[in-house]
Design a protein around this ligand. Structure first.
Ligand code: NAG
Ligand code: NAG
Ligand code: NAG
Ligand code: NAG
Ligand code: NAG
Length: 431
């Protein structure tokens, strides 16, 4: 049984690479990219001949956004984009560690000598329809003048960095962070006036280490974590996630009393209370959003991302050495993963109803099944150099970049497009 997140060991470490060299390079690349992006962007809009442009963008032409009502809304509604299979995609990846500087050191698998590269060459194929590859032009157009926050554990950062790389075909963001910490980054896409930020809050609610040397956390399941709740009011989109950290050593507090204890030796305490704690944490998290007075944004729940330790526990030599995705008939969600996912869906439904009363939208980014099928997408032992001290643990939690986590942006854009279609047809009905 796995219980402790790899992040406890190395997730919150600032990448060692010094920024100076990278920054200079970046500025040059940024210049070149801004020019080319602007050029191809205008061509893309104005010349129908150039629609099949060098990026080989899939069928969802940029212009669709301008005419969302022309999309067949029945097929949009009926297809469950989260049920499907991974199919080969020879065109992937759409960036590499040399074209994108935003890849976190520990997810830069190719840099650290990962020998196989097939894991980058898959795309998600829903059973009932197609999921277009991420179109950065389309995404940025939808996001013009808007903002998006990634809130949760280091997989939120992993997702945001994947998105920066995918968007880099159009534009590089500038760093407008208030503090120098990769867990709280703020990026701005100047020509789109689009801001994106991540807030590191692995337990989502108020939590603190029992003491600085400990891996044991006190988690206050009914208290807001104000390090992020006081910052998201301005955002148009908030993507919430949380999971692996709840499988670690925790003392759960409710109404300021200990109500559960997991991998800790408190006497007279009900051992574990994981499911209750986890449920309550999501309820508190969603409440902290719906109770914000001026928040008008859309909240996404990006569901539990399963880890793939095999051949041992995470801390007993467990690893993830597969080089191919599973087919959906070869594995299924079980144990903790199944239960935590179920709790998320249930609490999401509660939040959605609550949100509706206040005119707030909640959307489910249900990537769990797709990611369950990707035991091949983790850094394993290629998240660091072999001689580094972190070699104690293999990382089967985070995702290599490029890699399967890039699909989260495919899903996200598809949902945003559906939303555009829906609100446009709603507006039309009201006319
Ligand atoms: C990118 O990966 C290659 C191996 O594919 C490696 O040699 C190189 O150092 C990496 N570059 C960066 C900037 O990470
Ligand atoms: C940029 O977007 C923000 C909202 O994210 C808005 O308040 C601001 O007015 C916009 N600025 C410009 C120049 O459009
Ligand atoms: C941020 O951290 C990097 C790496 O530790 C350092 O090189 C840089 O000077 C810092 N920047 C600021 C503004 O503190
Ligand atoms: C899974 O499905 C594929 C294709 O439908 C089939 O070839 C394979 O034998 C199945 N595997 C299992 C374990 O059922
Ligand atoms: C690795 O850890 C050991 C003891 O924890 C320490 O003595 C050694 O200097 C470390 N090596 C590196 C490269 O950090």
């Amino acid at each position: 049984m796995k219980f402790l997140h790899f992040e406890l060991v190395c997730g919150n470490i600032t990448p060692k690479q010094t920024l100076s060299k990278v920054t200079i390079l970046t500025c040059i690349i940024l210049l070149i990219f801004t020019v080319t992006a602007t050029l191809s962007y205008s061509l893309f809009i104005y010349s129908p001949l150039l629609k099949i442009n060098k990026y080989k963008l899939p069928s969802t032409a940029f212009d669709d956004v301008k005419e969302p009502e022309s999309l067949p809304s029945t097929s949009v509604k009926k297809c469950d984009i989260f049920s499907g299979e991974w199919v080969p995609n020879p065109e992937a990846p759409y960036y590499t560690n040399t074209t994108c500087w935003a890849i976190h050191e520990h997810q830069n698998c190719m840099k650290h000598g990962r020998p196989d590269s097939q894991f980058m060459k898959w795309r998600w194929k829903p059973n009932e329809c197609d999921l277009p590859m991420f179109n950065p032009f389309q995404f940025l157009e939808i996001m013009r003048g808007k903002s998006m926050a990634f809130v949760g554990d280091s997989l939120a950062r992993n997702h945001m960095q994947s998105m920066i790389c995918l968007l880099s075909r159009v534009e590089w963001p500038i760093d407008v962070s208030n503090i120098n910490d990769s867990s709280f980054k703020r990026w701005k896409y100047s020509s789109y006036n689009f801001t994106m930020a991540n807030y590191w809050t692995p337990h989502l609610v108020r939590a603190k280490k029992v003491d600085s040397n400990s891996v044991l956390f006190n988690v206050y399941i009914d208290e807001f974590d104000e390090t992020w709740t006081t910052h998201i009011e301005e955002f148009d989109y908030v993507i919430i996630n949380g999971g692996q950290w709840f499988l670690g050593p925790i003392v759960f507090y409710e109404k300021q009393k200990v109500v559960g204890c997991q991998y800790c030796d408190l006497e007279d305490v009900a051992h574990s209370n994981l499911y209750h704690g986890y449920r309550k944490v999501f309820r508190t998290t969603f409440t902290s959003i719906t109770s914000l007075e001026s928040f008008k944004g859309t909240t996404f729940l990006r569901t539990f991302s399963p880890s793939h330790f095999e051949n041992g526990l995470w801390n007993k030599g467990g690893n993830c050495v597969r080089t191919k995705p599973f087919r959906s008939n070869e594995t299924r969600l079980e144990g903790y993963d199944l239960e935590l996912h179920k709790i998320q869906l249930e609490e999401f439904e509660v939040a959605k109803k609550e949100g509706m009363k206040k005119g707030l939208k909640f959307m489910l980014l249900d990537t769990t099944q797709a990611m369950l099928l990707r035991p091949d997408g983790h850094p394993n032992r290629y998240g660091y150099w072999p001689n580094e001290n972190m070699t104690l643990y293999n990382d089967c939690v985070h995702w290599c970049l490029p890699g399967p986590i890039d699909s989260w942006s495919d899903f996200l854009l598809e949902m945003l497009k559906m939303e555009t279609v829906r609100s446009t047809s709603k507006n039309m009905l009201h006319l």
